[in-house]
Design a protein around this ligand. Structure first.
Ligand code: PLP
Length: 267
């Protein structure tokens, strides 16, 4: 677990420990790469890139362990698309069509999972949606990164992929949404951004958590810090749509037409 999150969110570690896991803060003294980072930067809050390098090193050193990447790689994006396929069915059941699709992006998987089936409709010319990926201003890989080949991890053990990246040795500030502090972005999500099929927006964490609290109080669902990023932009979009409502003044001629049909009473 990245040191920044390990220190900020002890309850996450406790939940994992409750189910039998032992949780190590990264960079750790348990791997060669972790020790090398600690030697140079003993107080570093760590990064997802360093944690991935340590996890890969640990897995390749044991016969009984496999490493499974949770995001970024294209097959993970496709694996998650069950979310969007279900969302399409749910929208049909509600008799609605979305105008804007919004998801938060760390490595890209929850966003891709939701939007890729809808993007398929756009690419086949069956529909037209605005699609917005939301990331923190503190880690703006998709909105301000470089579209280039880069490593998926800091120790350069993972293969290079073409993606929007802030550089594989990027150390993020320990903002609260730990899951959005990854330096790069899934190649498929990056390609869609590069081709203008999707947009990226970066938001600050304070208005983001205001949106999360507003949502929790209105809906009774406490969103994760990462999801609050999507909620911020969803609220902004809803408010913008509200502003687009036009005032309407009932015309005098219509009043007269209606009045002409009043019942004649008393003579
Ligand atoms: C709740 C939550 N949402 C989103 C993310 C971002 O990851 P991805 O963009 O790969 O879905 C994370 C990552 O840890 C997360 O914990």
């Amino acid at each position: 677990m990245v040191r920044g999150s390990y220190d900020q969110k002890p309850y996450r570690r406790m939940i994992m420990e409750t189910y039998g896991a032992s949780v190590v803060a990264s960079p750790s003294a348990t791997t060669r790469y972790g020790r090398s980072v600690l030697e140079e930067h003993p107080d570093t809050p760590g990064s997802l890139g360093i944690a991935i390098s340590e996890a890969v090193e640990d897995a390749v050193g044991r016969d009984d362990t496999k490493y499974s990447l949770g995001s970024v790689l294209n097959h993970v994006m496709l694996h998650q698309t069950v979310i969007g396929l279900e969302a399409i069915e749910q929208m049909a059941m509600a008799g609605e069509k979305p105008d804007v699709l919004i998801g938060c992006v760390g490595g890209g998987s929850n966003f891709a999972g939701l939007v890729f089936p809808f993007v398929g409709q756009v690419l086949r010319g069956e529909a037209d949606y605005r699609v917005i990926a939301v990331e923190p201003e503190a880690t703006p890989s998709l909105s301000r990164g470089e579209y280039a080949y880069d490593y998926g991890d800091t120790a350069r053990m993972a293969p290079i992929v073409k993606m929007y990246t802030l550089g594989h040795d990027f150390i993020p500030e320990p903002i609260h949404a730990g899951g959005l502090r990854y330096h790069g972005m899934s190649p498929l999500v990056s390609l869609l951004k590069n081709q203008g099929v999707i947009e990226a927006q970066a938001v600050h964490q304070v208005p983001t958590f205001d949106a999360g609290v507003q949502f929790a109080r209105a809906e009774g669902i406490l969103p994760a810090p990462e999801s609050c990023h999507a909620i911020r932009v969803a609220i902004d979009q809803a408010l913008e749509a509200k502003d687009a409502l036009e005032d309407y003044e009932y015309p005098r001629e219509k009043v007269e037409i209606s009045l002409a049909a009043l019942p004649k009473v008393g003579g």
